[in-house]
Structures are given as C-alpha cells and as structure tokens.
Ligand binder design. Structure first.
Ligand code: 5AD
Ligand code: SF4
Length: 493
C-alpha cells in the first residue's frame, strides 16, 4: 500500500548490469532511510542518477536528462538530486556537473557508493552540497549492504570489482580502479541466502570474473574455478551465470567445472571485440584470432551444447575493410546466439584516444549494420534448428494477457502462454514458431504446474531502477512545463 507520508525516491540507471545491481544497493540505502520508490520525478523527494561512461552517447543522454530536472527543482527546491556512478567518478565530469548544473546536491563515485548514506544525511542535516569521489580500494570488504533486489527471479552477486586489463579503448579501469575480489565466504553466504529466498538464477558479476582471486575462511586463495565449484555444490534448484569473461583468462579448470556442473549455464558470454590480430594487439586484448577460436573449439569439445554471445567494437582506429572481414569471419565460425555490437567511441584519457587513423562515423555505421545482418542470418538459422525441440525454461515475467517470458540455459528468451504462477519456476517448453529470431513456444504438459503458487518477485517491468528507465524519463519530459509542475506539486502537498 502506498504511504503518502513517506518520502519517495527515483533512481535512473544507465549502462551495464553492474550499474543495475549498484542501483539495487542505492535503493537499499534509501529504503533504510525511510524512502519508498516512485516512478516519476515530480513525485520524487530524491532523484539519483547512476551514470555510465562507457561510450560518449551515454554521457550525452545523461547530461540532457540532468538538465531536464532543472524545472522540477525550481518548483520543488527541497528535492535532492544526486549523481553517482562511472561518469561522476571522473574529476573533470564532477567539475562539469557542478558548473553546468548548480542545482545538483550530491556528487559521488563508484568507489564510495557504500557511503551514500553518510552523504545523504550530511546534505539533509547541513543543507550543504556534498561532492565526494574519493577512491577506496576497501570497497570489496565493505560490501554488506542491504540490497533492494528488483531483477525478478534473477539475483546479481558481485564477486569482484575493478579491472587491471587496460584495453586501450576502455574507460572502466580508470573509473572503477584495480581488481579487488570479495572474500569467498561472503559470496557463498549471499548466494545461499538468495537460494533459500527462492531466487532461481544467480548471476556472478565482475568486469573480468575469470581473474577472481578471493580468500577462503582460512586465508587460502580461491580461484574462479574453485568459487564456481563451491557454488555449484550448494543444494537447490537454481542456475548460475557469470559475466564478463576475458578470453585470455578463461582457464581449462573453469571449462572443466562448467562441463561437470549441475547448475552452471552453458550459455557463455565471451567478448571477442575484433577478429583482426592487428586490431586485437592495438586494443591490448592479449590474444589472437586463432587463440580465441581455439578456445571456442575447446569449450565446444568439452561442452557440446555450449552457446556463445559476444561483444564486438567496429571502427576501432586503424580498422581496415580486411580487418573488419576478419571479424565477420569469426562471427561465421563461432555462430554466436547474440552479439552486442558497438561503434567505437573515443574516451578521454584512454590510449586509443590519441591513436591515428580514427574511423569516420559513416564507415563505422556501415560496418555495424553489415555485422548485424550477418548475425541475424546466423541467429535465425540457429533458431530454425530449434523448432520442435523442448528446452528447460526459467519463467521470468508475465503480462496481463497471459503471456510468459522465460530464458533458456543459453540465455535466449522465449515467449509462451501460461499462468503467472509459473513465474520463478522451471518449465519445459517446446519451440513451435520462430519469427525473426524470436522464439515462441508451448508449455509441455506438466502435472507440476497446477501446484505452482504466485510468488512475490518484483516484476522487472514494474520497478523504477531499470536501465535507461524510459518510463520515468518519458514522464519527466511530459512534466517539463513549469506551471503544470507547480500545480502538481501544490496538489500533492
Ligand atoms: N567504444 C565502444 N564500445 C566500447 N566498449 C567498451 N569501451 C568502448 C568504447 N570506447 C564495449 C566493449 C565492452 C562492452 C561492455 O562495451 O565491447 O565489452
Ligand atoms: Fe574494459 Fe577490457 Fe577491462 Fe573489459 S577487460 S572492463 S573491456 S579494460
């Protein structure tokens, strides 16, 4: 029930799953401070932007969205606006936000999210702005926050922070610092708790999970393979996913553990970035096309039903048509089930920023659309091959028309009819139709279904911290008119 006396929060999340999960931690801090969620900035007593810096397009959007709050702040001077995440972690952006948007109240970074509670109290009690982007390597040991989970049947679990790889295009090592792994005991405790709460999918998160090096309760070093093994041995009906893997660090032990595991999904996200040896070297990826393809083949040998997804950047400085064709060749050889393709975006402070032979936008766009056409053709063919086959599907969400959405072990989604009591359960679904790489299925008759009960997972479609949060931004835009805002504000008070 909505309590009108309670103060309201809205969190706008940009970027990757790591940010979505960190917004769940921010939501936990806000709820501990007596706030409850809302879905529009007009009702909000505090709006938090959890920002992303991976590509320029994200930054432009965020600046625009902060600007859109100006009128709301004029109408509601007591509303608190806080900006955190990868963009504000950088001093030059923190300075720019203060200069361009003086109405912002709190600026914090990625390292000190756990201190947001302190920043909030300081702003409320002193009325003064708080700007604090201090770097703090102890983050992994302080990760015991109340997490307000909003991703339905899936629960994110951080296993490590930061990245040591310094791929030449990437801003992440600059905004998230060096690699720090959480103690294994803390991770196991969190995962056990989630399984007993009924979460059916646990996704282990880190910029490069394969270089996880935590300590066990006796102080012995634990590798990623050992961590996976220990989680896999926990009792319960659940899946384990992990992201993201760097191909250079995906060890034989990890492949072995996955191939023998009960719970670890066979859908593996393995970013290749490029298929050209010249570009891979220039990106500082530390593997060649041949080494990457050998790794894929090794996985396919040990795990015959493995399915791959990947990230690819097109238009990296110096990329010729021949280099790009090497990437297309990798796509055809691996046959990815999904590709996240990106136009190379110059990031200030990275090595690639200064490289010669930057590629023009038109060429980048042409390459990306060619890449996506090749991908679509392959994915469609793979989906057609699935017709008539039955898969175990985790039901993730539903809509009021009785349509269920679920995911296969590979991560591929499927749509089918059924009761909303199926959400949070594994059901067998037969693929009956494929349209433009979208799978449609039918539940295979199963006696168990009639005993399923409705569960209290938050439907990911209903919460207010979704990535990009289009719903809130649309409301925000609709409410731009100051007069209307003031009236709305008066009628609420
Ligand atoms: N430009 C374009 N894409 C990038 N990525 C990281 N940095 C950049 C950049 N500067 C992509 C990589 C990475 C994914 C999360 O984002 O493909 O795997
Ligand atoms: Fe960025 Fe490379 Fe680290 Fe991934 S591995 S976060 S692409 S620097």
């Amino acid at each position: 029930m909505i309590n009108n006396d309670k103060r309201k929060y809205l969190i706008l999340t940009y970027g990757c799953q790591m940010n979505v999960h960190e917004s769940e931690k921010l939501a936990g801090i806000l709820e501990d401070n007596g706030y409850e969620p809302c879905t529009d900035a007009v009702s909000a007593d505090i709006v938090v932007f959890n920002t992303c810096a991976i590509r320029e397009s994200a930054e432009q959007k965020i600046f625009g969205n902060i600007g859109e709050l100006k009128n709301i702040k004029l109408a509601k001077p007591d509303m608190i606006i806080a900006i955190g995440g990868c963009m504000s972690q950088q001093q030059k952006y923190a300075d720019e936000i203060m200069k361009r948007y003086p109405f912002v109240d709190i600026i914090f970074g990625t390292h000190n999210l756990a201190d947001f509670d302190k920043f909030l109290k300081s702003r409320i009690n002193s009325g003064k702005k708080v700007v604090n982007i201090t770097e703090d390597e102890t983050i992994a040991l302080r990760d015991k926050l109340h997490i307000c989970r909003t991703s339905g049947v899936n629960a994110w679990v951080n296993i490590m922070y930061g990245c040591n790889n310094f791929c030449t295009y990437c801003i992440v090592p600059y905004v998230r610092g060096r690699e720090v792994s959480r103690p294994e005991e803390d991770i196991l405790l969190e995962v056990k708790g989630l399984i007993s709460e009924g979460y059916k999918q646990i996704t282990l998160l880190g910029q490069n999970v394969n270089s996880y090096k935590g300590l066990d309760e006796h102080g012995n070093e634990v590798t990623f393979a050992k961590l996976l093994l220990d989680i896999d041995e926990l009792a319960g009906d659940f899946r384990i996913r992990f992201m993201t893997s760097h191909p250079k660090d995906l060890s034989d032990e990890v492949i072995d553990v996955i191939s023998k595991s009960k719970h670890i999904c066979h859908g593996i996200h393995l970013p290749v970035q490029s298929g050209s040896d010249k570009i891979l070297a220039s990106m500082n990826r530390k593997y060649t096309k041949e080494q990457y393809l050998n790794l894929i083949n090794k996985i396919k040998d040990k795990i015959p039903d493995a399915e791959f997804t990947t990230d690819i950047i097109v238009g990296f400085p110096g990329e010729t048509e021949e280099d790009f064709n090497e990437t297309i060749d990798v796509i055809k050889k691996v046959e990815y089930m999904q590709i996240f393709g990106f136009l190379y975006s110059k990031r200030k402070g990275t090595v690639a920023e200064k490289m010669k032979d930057q590629i023009d936008t038109k060429t980048k766009k042409e390459r990306l659309s060619k890449l996506l056409a090749v991908k679509n053709e392959i994915v469609n063919r793979m989906c057609q091959n699935m017709l008539g086959k039955t898969y175990s599907v985790l039901v993730e969400s539903y809509n009021e028309n009785g349509v269920l959405y679920g995911s296969l072990d590979s991560g591929k989604t499927i749509t089918f009819k059924g009761s909303k009591n199926c959400v949070g359960e594994f059901v067998d679904v037969k693929v009956v139709q494929v349209r433009k790489s979208v799978l449609y299925g039918e539940i295979v008759d199963d006696e168990r279904i009639k005993d399923f009960k409705e569960k209290s997972f938050k439907n990911p479609l209903e919460v207010s911290i979704l990535p990009k949060d289009q719903k809130s931004m649309k409301l925000l835009r609709e409410n731009k008119n100051k007069k209307k805002l003031q009236n709305d504000f008066k009628s609420k008070n």
